[in-house]
Write a protein that binds this ligand. Sequence first.
Ligand code: GDP
Length: 330
Amino acid sequence: GAVGGVENKPRILLMGLRRSGKSSIQKVVFHKLSPNETLFLESTSKVVKDDINNSSFVQFQVWDFPGQIDFFDPTFDSEQIFGSCGSLIFVIDAQDDYRQALIRLHQTLTKAFQVNQNIKFEVFIHKVDGLSDDRKWEAQRDIQTKATCDLADAGLDGLLRPSFYLTSIYDHSIFEAFSRVVQKLIPQLPTLENLLNILVSNCGLEKAFLFDVVSKIYIATDSSPVDMLSYELCCDMIDVVIDVSCIYGDDVEACAYDQQSASIIKLSNGVILYLREVNRFLALVCLIREEVFERQGLIEYNFHCFRESIQQVFEVRRKTQGPLTSLGSY
Ligand code: GDP
């Protein structure tokens, strides 16, 4: 009777040693905790299943494992834990001596791979806010080399290729990394990117992101390169719009973020940030040059086509594969 139930949903597992920052990541990305408030979080001491389903388009679970669980203990059900998991994120505290974490990483990767070869393996080299740029790259190179060597020694290189990200909860890097992790789990990604490319070229936009409003994860963008500053501006815009619509919206329960939601912020460099609601979960945020933005009719027309297409992409999915709860499952 678990069909459609919690157990069938794809999972993103968040693992790593104690105090590596797992709970903080989860709280900051999905629960809007401010980074400073994480200082007072109690360290994770049990498996926490965080099911973020109703408010977010991104329907997956974060399993926050306490660092000290021994999953080689026969009572640890690795089949069940890794079996239907979409991604496994392993968090390493880069400010600490990470030798122990590397051993743990290797054990975790090999164990999980043994159970499920379809898992996407992701390594967050975390808390890099405390490091200079040089030390950041140094840590990344070191961790990446050592982890890859360990896999080679186990005969798993080429089979199991983790991706590495430099992250911190004190800037947007954690959202950016999560975006890339989540994008790998979205089967419709090529279609979404294609639609965004068409929109960008038809309207003459500088950049367009499709955001999951609640988490500020962007689930797709057009194929021009992402620069962090643009991404940060768009994230900030979402915060502003949500704050303002919660303050001034007439419905206290649900924010006034709805069909008509459209917001404009003019930057001093002649660029406009433009936000439009796409559906309950998703918003389009674009950067447009001011002179281009004057062609409102064109933008409006193209946006409507875009919204229709997005609706269709997910309608088809809903009809053939049930609700989005199967996102990222195999
Ligand atoms: P967990 O045991 O893995 O869940 O770790 P916590 O989330 O409890 O984090 C342990 C400590 O690391 C807390 O004091 C956090 O404030 C801190 N922390 C988490 N992420 C970061 C980060 O990106 N940078 C810095 N400097 N500290 C962090």
